[in-house]
Write a protein that binds this ligand. Sequence first.
Ligand SMILES: O=C(O)CCC(=O)C(=O)O
Length: 280
Amino acid sequence: MTAVDSAEFFRENGYARTGRILSREEAGDIRTLVERFEREYPEAVGKLDLKASLLFPSLDRLSAHPAIMARLTEVMGPNIMCHSASFRNKAPDGRTFVGWHQDTAYERVEPPKIVGWLAITDCTTENGCLRFMPGSHEWGPLRHVETGNPDSMLTHSHHVAEDLDESRAVDVPLEAGEGVLFHYGVVHGSAPNHSDHRRMALFFDYVRPDSVHRGSRESARLVLGVDEAGHYDHEPAPTTDYGGAEIAAHRAGVRKLAANFYADWEGDIEALSGSARNRI
Ligand SMILES: O=C(O)CCC(=O)C(=O)O
């Protein structure tokens, strides 16, 4: 049976399983969309790493899915913006991993963002499901180190610098179509994929419209309620899959995000992602 955690569990532990958001068939449709995109535009696969919901109407609709909104409002209130949508597709290579980290390491937003992470394929301990350090969202910002490890799925290849008591870690296996919400400050990661198939996941970063973001002005898309604060530029809804206007809106949004998240990045923003992260 699909496990569901309460809002109280979220406040205590920094994460909570949402239960089923999509049917297996609907999750399969997203997989098909991604695989078709990878075949047709292999050079653009990195665009799936950030703000992917600006490129496809079906992902934009999913970012505002009533079942996700119902769970989010319990912990975020009635007004919600989607700041980014990212695929994390982990090859079955036994190497690619996500080190223990807090998302707050490179992005400071108050109140912190909440991530809605959806399993597109079954995500198991064997194929590297998400793992959490329960309660670590209350630990405050931890020091992180950048390792340069090419097998890290994180573009800064960072992880928490101090020793963690791994015996406290909790794996969160999910069936395709199930989700988990987590607090931006919770320590999380995922181990290599030792199965014979790719692990696929899609997550949305959600912010409150009245949240205060460190750095220059960014954009986001209002998915629930109203924006009375005006802290973010409003992003347009995509109307066609990977059309010209969609690509332009995506580029504009990613540039604003990258100005803060990758402030010290010296390379080409377009080439930021898709290296280890969404390897086919
Ligand atoms: O999908 C995963 O395994 C974790 C991804 C993650 O934590 C991140 O990209 O910040």
